[in-house]
Ligand binder design. Structure first.
Ligand code: SF4
Length: 246
């Protein structure tokens, strides 16, 4: 997919860097390489757009209708990472996963149906509104004192949030939280132009889809977590298509 946005004024250098990053994506063979390119492009973008207020200890996008849906290879990295934690932290992760599944069971099922395309197109908007309402007090189970507890292996969507664009059908939007969207509206008003030069999330999503095993599941992190608990332990290897029994 080509970048749908023409370079904004003064952003030609960034546009060239992003295009080069997309070219490099064609040669990648593993998720870590995708993450490396993403992190580089997101840093370059943030350096050019001084108005971006996302910072390491901002957790706005880790609350409410979040955490994001992720693929099995993203989950695999997280699972290996958390399995290295001391038992006391693993116990806390398991406790949080069980709490989340119990508290938000219906929302998780609805979210999964949405991810799997089981919601009719005319009901998608309303479903998002229902989820935004029912998950408004939810936080990602990996959020610890407003910091990401799995930062080195956080999923692609978390890396892209705040510094990228997302294309939904014919519309291109800044891929960020509601607070930052209004910040970007102010920025574009001041610039007198709606042109933005930023990496496009859909391209990374497509590449990650290609490096995933065919037919594997996509789900939000609490679903991956809860399906990888047996008794009081975390499984050591990911199941690409676990049975979802909440
Ligand atoms: S994985 Fe980390 S960055 Fe992503 S939503 Fe959870 S706490 Fe936030």
């Amino acid at each position: 997919m080509a970048n749908p946005i023409a370079p904004a004024e003064g952003m030609e250098g960034l546009a060239a860097t992003i295009t080069e990053g997309y070219q490099t994506l064609k040669q990648i063979t593993c998720l870590e390489d995708v993450y490396e390119i993403m992190d580089f492009l997101m840093d370059e973008t943030k350096a050019k757009y001084n108005n971006i207020r996302c910072k390491v200890d901002c957790a706005m996008c880790c609350k409410g209708l979040h955490p994001p849906y992720i693929s099995v290879i993203e989950w695999e990295l997280i699972l290996y990472y958390i399995n290295e934690f001391p038992q006391i932290i693993k116990d806390e992760i398991i406790r949080r996963a069980r709490f989340y599944a119990a508290e938000y069971r219906d929302s998780l099922i609805l979210q999964q149906n949405l991810i799997e395309g089981k919601i009719p197109a005319e009901e998608v908007r309303e479903t998002y509104q229902t989820l935004a309402q029912s998950l408004k007090h939810a936080t990602c189970p990996f959020l610890v004192m407003d910091k990401c507890g799995i930062y080195p292996v956080r999923p692609a969507k978390c890396r892209a949030m705040g510094n990228s664009l997302v294309q939904i059908e014919d519309t291109v939007k800044v891929h960020t939280c509601a607070w930052e969207i209004s910040n970007f509206e102010d920025y574009m008003r001041q610039q007198g132009s709606r042109a933005l030069t930023m990496p496009v999330w859909n391209i990374f999503e497509k590449v990650i889809e290609i490096v995933n095993p065919t037919g594997s599941m996509k789900a939000v992190m609490p679903i991956w977590l809860i399906t990888h608990i047996r008794g009081n332990s975390l499984l050591e290897e990911p199941d690409p298509k676990p049975l979802i029994a909440l």
